[in-house]
Design a protein around this ligand. Structure first.
Ligand code: TRP
Length: 326
């Protein structure tokens, strides 16, 4: 079985939400499916919709790959590659564009959202074509399962429908991919008490933040106004909700008991959170700092060879079927 997942280089730093909402989920999924391959591609062609700056694109890409590795992605199971090394993505993109109708794309949620915000002529062309490129990313490798969040489900269904259309016209060519919906993590309360961690709210904790920055952000977390003597409901406390991400079951029970008893101060809870968070982040940061740019480049070069073999074979089959190869 082949899973397909991605890294989008649109962030200068990945944060805790990226870890718990995405990286960890993928690593756990890989562990639960030891016989499956995980194709993990750098979605730079997609990131280019937002990032028009060479340095930023390169730095974000390097950082994202290194962080995935530092978080424990096993390179034997995760095939990390850069579509810049694989011409098949762009080649297939065009083929699929030519078999797709406007009416079909006009049903897209993200396009409709854009139409609600802007006049049609103000919308970037990529908004409209984006799911076709995504379909190419998926179909090129006959991926069986694509783990996504709900917001991307329709895009994977587009890939499936477009694949079906090609198969109907030119004969069985593509595996029909299925979306596997990731559990959402909206329940986590971030450092400002909002339900979502975001760079624009500046309420996130970066996986590479240093101790001083993290301490400052933890100090800013709003808490209740109960005194030390009063019992507190852990589930209503932002500090607890963040803390439990890092606790074992026993530690969690102990902390809950302290909240419910009469003597826990919010200051103590924050110190405990800091300690637990750093215990989690330190090894990731140490590992991250040891990975050189060259190591990443070597890994991408090695995987490009493997992935290109699959891609070239697929493109040859497609080009044969449509009559490009004489
Ligand atoms: N659309 C995804 C995002 O914005 C990135 C992506 C590009 C993708 N191609 C894909 C996801 C193929 C799944 C499959 O985050």
């Amino acid at each position: 079985m082949r899973f397909l997942t991605w890294l989008k280089p649109t962030w200068s730093q990945l944060h805790l939400w990226n870890y718990f909402g995405s990286i960890k989920q993928m690593i756990d999924l890989a562990k639960a499916n030891p016989d499956s391959e995980f194709f993990l591609f750098l979605a730079n062609m997609h990131g280019f919709t937002q990032i028009h700056n060479q340095e930023e694109m390169k730095n974000n890409s390097m950082m994202a790959i290194k962080l995935y590795l530092a978080c424990g992605a096993d390179t034997k199971q995760f095939v990390i590659y850069n579509p810049a090394d694989i011409p098949g993505h762009a080649q297939l993109n065009w083929i699929l564009t030519c078999i797709t109708h406007m009416w079909f794309m006009e049903r897209m949620h993200s396009y409709k959202d854009a139409l609600n915000k802007w006049k049609a002529k103000e919308i970037w062309v990529w908004v409209f074509c984006y799911p076709i490129l995504m379909a190419a990313d998926i179909l090129l490798y006959d991926a069986d399962l694509v783990p996504v969040w709900k917001d991307q489900k329709q895009h994977v269904e587009y890939a499936r429908d477009i694949a079906q259309k090609f198969n109907n016209t030119f004969g069985e060519t593509f595996v029909l991919p299925e979306a596997k919906i990731n559990p959402e993590l909206w329940l986590i309360i971030w450092t400002d008490g909002r339900s979502k961690m975001s760079k624009s709210y500046n309420n996130y904790i970066g996986l590479l933040d240093d101790e001083a920055t993290i301490l400052k952000k933890i100090k800013q977390i709003p808490t209740g106004s109960q005194t030390v003597e009063e019992s507190k409901n852990p589930d209503e406390c932002n500090v607890y909700n963040l803390c439990k991400l890092f606790l074992t079951e026993t530690e969690d029970k102990e902390l809950r008991a302290k909240y419910l008893a009469w003597w826990l101060s919010y200051k103590y809870a924050k110190e405990y959170l800091f300690e637990k968070m750093m215990d989690f982040l330190r090894p990731i940061q140490e590992k991250y700092n040891k990975i050189s740019d060259q190591e990443v480049k070597d890994l991408l070069a090695k995987n490009a060879k493997y992935v290109n073999e699959i891609s070239e074979k697929k493109i040859k089959d497609i080009y044969d079927k449509v009559g490009f190869n004489l």
